[in-house]
Write a protein that binds this ligand. Structure first.
Ligand code: ZN
Length: 568
């Protein structure tokens, strides 16, 4: 490819609203352009990178016997209604009607659609099956941002496995785990596998692959000593036990004028660890009390997982007055028996606790959780804080910002039952198959690579996904001898199977070098009259920026060796 004909409009300045490094650099380097919020055009360089990522992802899926298919992106509402997700997906799903008034959706994921196809499976002899597609998905994000990191239209590799039983699913899941490990190694992404919430997908085992990055929006809890790693939506920590002393025979009321927060009460001598925090949420229309230890924070994804809620929000003060007779700040669960009460296990067995009395400016002390509260369910609700002890080894935990780069999980039989995916087993008995679901966002991977591979001058692509592996820079386009030498090196590299670009533009050397650094080509061979007079060319790896003089005759072999070694 010749730079003089390549369409890569580089920019000196990033868009004003760009904060993430990948957003700035992909726009400045002429890889992408925003059409409208959350929808990006991939220009030639962006498309080349995307294709290389797609190839790696597909190769690793093929290696585990994945079979590539393609489902329509415009999908009928029927299967989505059948699974219940037409409603539970909420506003994230783009929905529309055709000219006949028939409802449809733009694919947000595809469990339902793959399940409808899988109903053609009839025998255990056909299992296992692993199907995947690399195709467009749509998500109506409320706030698309950060360039390709949070968009409304993107390419996703989604795979689905079908097995006869749990043992088969374990094997399929493990094979995908390995495929993901290989894929991220080849993309040069240091992806940490972490325990994750399954969200509204149902299912049990759920592992996300998270890449540590400043622009990341997902917090992951990591143990610096052992292998413990979990999404904060799922993470746990070991808690020191609290000595409550003997407690009281019954709760006692006491006045707390103006004391409305945990901190207010703590300042008045009631330790936060000995308070019960009472939060009221409207969960699928039903007022529900969530109880935590005073110094603990609620994680809303844990609330969603504990209740299976489709929609939830904190109750308004008017609603708490209506339901409990008091405003937030004086709420409690003692004596409440008409509302659902879900409590965090850190409260189990606690005595001598302080909580609101459901009268404004009045609290209760001496509350014995087991004696005085009617807890409907115990469920993990608490968000882990940095420095709390690791649940496995006790070392203080770290919390780091990450980008979710992949997600694999065991779906179980929910979809297979809903859609009737049954096969005959070896005894001729009908069995419902068991499914797994496995996703990677392609453009997000592109952006994540940039987040983790750049410097002040631009992107530093790994060879595996670089838009070009090598750029041959003609330093002085008007100098015939060095231009001819550059053309010869370009032709030889091309013949050797190297993905090479020649910068033959009539521009100043400084502009050419800056552009090559901005777009991040891993190796640069600069051919100019000065070095050439001594039979040399300049070889500069983008990652080190250190230029080495190489004899013209050896340049091609040396570059080919470097590139081939760096391919994954
Ligand atoms: Zn640990």
């Amino acid at each position: 490819m010749r730079w003089s004909t390549l369409f890569t409009p580089t920019l000196r300045d990033a868009p004003g609203d760009a904060e993430a490094a990948s957003h700035k650099l992909l726009v400045r380097g002429g890889f992408i352009r925003q059409l409208h919020a959350g929808h990006y055009t991939l220009l030639p360089l962006g498309f080349r990178v995307r294709q290389k990522i797609v190839s790696i992802v597909a190769e690793e899926q093929d290696r585990i016997d994945g079979q590539q298919v393609q489902m329509p992106t415009l999908q009928p509402s029927g299967p989505w209604r059948q699974s219940g997700r037409w409603d539970s997906m909420g506003e994230i799903m783009f929905t529309l009607e055709d000219r006949h008034g028939t409802e449809a959706a733009l694919g947000v994921t595809a469990e339902e659609i793959f399940a409808t196809v899988a109903t053609e499976l009839t025998s255990y002899r056909q299992l296992p099956q692993m199907w995947y597609q690399i195709h467009t998905k749509f998500r109506d994000e409320a706030r698309p941002k950060s360039g390709l990191l949070r968009v409304r239209e993107f390419t996703m590799k989604d795979a689905y496995s079908f097995d006869l039983d749990e043992a088969g699913l374990d094997v399929s899941f493990e094979r995908q785990h390995q495929a993901y490990t290989n894929t991220f190694r080849r993309l040069d992404l240091d992806a940490i596998p972490v325990q994750a919430s399954s969200g509204n997908m149902g299912g049990t085992d759920s592992i996300e692959f998270m890449v540590e990055a400043e622009a990341g929006e997902d917090d992951v809890v990591l143990c610096p000593s052992c292998a413990y790693a979990a999404n904060i939506e799922k993470a746990n920590s070991a808690l020191a036990s609290v000595d409550d002393g003997p407690g009281l025979d019954a709760p006692e009321r006491f006045d707390t004028p103006g004391l409305r927060t945990i901190a207010d009460l703590a300042a008045a001598g009631h330790r936060a660890t000995n308070q019960i925090k009472t939060l009221v949420y409207i969960v699928d229309g039903q007022p529900t009390l969530f109880l935590l230890r005073g110094d603990h924070q609620l994680n809303e994804q844990k609330l969603a997982d504990a209740t299976g809620a489709i929609a939830f929000r904190p109750a308004t003060p008017q609603e708490t007055v209506q339901q409990l007779g008091a405003n937030p700040g004086s709420l409690g669960a003692v004596g409440v028996d008409e509302l659902r009460i879900i409590a965090d296990p850190a409260l189990r067995g606690r005595r001598a606790m302080t909580t609101g009395a459901n009268i404004d400016d009045v609290h209760l002390r001496g509350v014995d959780v087991d004696r005085d509260l009617v807890v409907d369910r115990w469920a993990d609700l608490r968000e882990v804080q940095a420095g709390e002890p690791c649940p496995t080894c006790g070392t203080p935990l770290d919390i780091v910002a990450t980008i979710e780069s992949g997600h694999i999980f065991k779906l179980g039989r929910k979809y297979a039952e809903t859609f009737g995916i049954n096969v005959l087993d070896e005894n001729g008995k009908a069995q419902t198959v068991i499914m797994g679901s496995y996703g990677i966002g392609i453009e997000r991977a592109m952006a994540t690579i940039v987040e983790t591979h750049h410097d002040d001058n631009g992107i530093i692509w790994p060879v595996s996904v670089a838009p070009f592996e090598v750029v041959v820079t003609v330093v002085q386009a008007k100098d015939d001898a060095s231009a001819a030498a550059a053309e010869a090196i370009y032709d030889e590299l091309k013949a050797a199977g190297i993905d090479v670009l020649i910068d033959d533009r009539p521009a100043r050397p400084g502009v050419k070098f800056a552009d090559a650094e901005l777009i991040g080509i891993p190796y640069r061979v600069a051919v100019g009259p000065k070095a050439l007079a001594e039979g040399m060319v300049e070889l500069t790896p983008r990652a080190t920026g250190i230029t080495e003089l190489v004899p013209v005759a050896e340049a091609v072999d040396e570059v080919v060796a470097l590139v081939v070694a760096a391919r994954r």
